[in-house]
Ligand binder design. Structure first.
Ligand code: DGL
Length: 265
């Protein structure tokens, strides 16, 4: 009974799959429910008030239905805005995903770090605090790209995406004052590791890309270190919030992350 309780991962779309991948490495037998708020997608262009009104309520409904042992908010936008509100509303461990500015500052040699996130994330006071707490001796340059979120969604559906678009998006960081010094870029949206290879290929010079996924998985495994897991990994469940049929390509994309059952909320 207890062994069947899942870990619930939550994002607006497919971005949290990059977090799921890291969690699976640490906890290969953990039952997984992955919820995508397609009705609310995209989060990155919504106001903080909209996210704050939506996410805790939705996670409450998901927690009621799936009785998870822990929730990972696998979304930087939702975490930087609504983490405290979710923790206040739910009585179970909540792991958030926030921009990996600390590890990026630890590896940057030029002391100039780019933060590539959604427009909603890069303006958050949470990001100001991360920058002043962990990168006070670095130039921290931010760029919000809703387009890169769409490219990652398209990539999961197996659609081709144009190298030019990635170049343009990187230019949004690198062409800002001081941008020529950037040697490290934080992928501050969980969608972006899904297109890291494309970003690397489009980069005009060698750049180090950093995300927080391994750290989130480590934290999740530590919080659940005393839990009992099933002997065999079960079927992963994708919960799609909102209407709309799934294309065969989309189903295949989910299945490539072990999510072979689709349910709706
Ligand atoms: N994947 C989400 C993040 O980490 C947001 C994408 C979106 O819905 O705009 O910020």
């Amino acid at each position: 009974m207890t062994a069947a309780r899942p870990i619930l991962l939550f994002d607006s779309g497919v971005g949290g799959l990059s977090v799921l991948q890291a969690v699976r490495v640490r906890l290969p037998r953990a039952p997984i429910v992955y919820a995508a708020d397609r009705a609310g997608f995209p989060y990155g262009t919504k106001t903080a008030a909209e996210i704050e009104a939506r996410v805790p309520a939705l996670l409450g409904r998901l927690a009621e239905r799936y009785d998870p042992r822990l929730i990972v908010i696998a979304c930087n936008t939702a975490s930087t805005i609504a983490l405290d509100a979710v923790r206040a509303a739910l009585d179970l461990p909540i792991v958030g995903t926030v921009p990996a500015i600390k590890p990026a500052a630890a590896v940057s040699k030029s002391r100039a770090v780019g933060v590539l996130g959604t427009p909603g994330t890069v303006i958050q006071p949470y990001v100001d605090r991360l920058a002043s707490d962990f990168a006070s001796d670095c130039l921290v340059i931010r760029h919000g790209s809703p387009e890169l979120v769409e490219l990652a969604e398209a990539r999961l559906r197996g659609e081709p995406t144009a190298p030019d678009a990635y170049r343009r998006i990187l230019d949004g960081l690198l062409s800002q004052p001081g941008g020529e010094r950037i040697d490290t870029i934080v992928l501050a949206c969980t969608h972006f590791p899904l297109v890291q290879a494309e970003l690397e290929a489009a980069a005009p010079r060698p750049l180090t890309f950093v995300d927080g996924n391994a750290g989130i998985a480590r934290r999740t495994a530590w919080l659940l270190r005393q839990e009992v897991w099933p002997d065999m990994p079960g079927e992963g469940v994708a919960v799609l919030i909102g209407p709309g049929a799934e294309s065969e390509e989309f189903r295949r994309g989910l299945a490539s992350f072990g999510l072979t059952r689709i349910e709706r909320l």
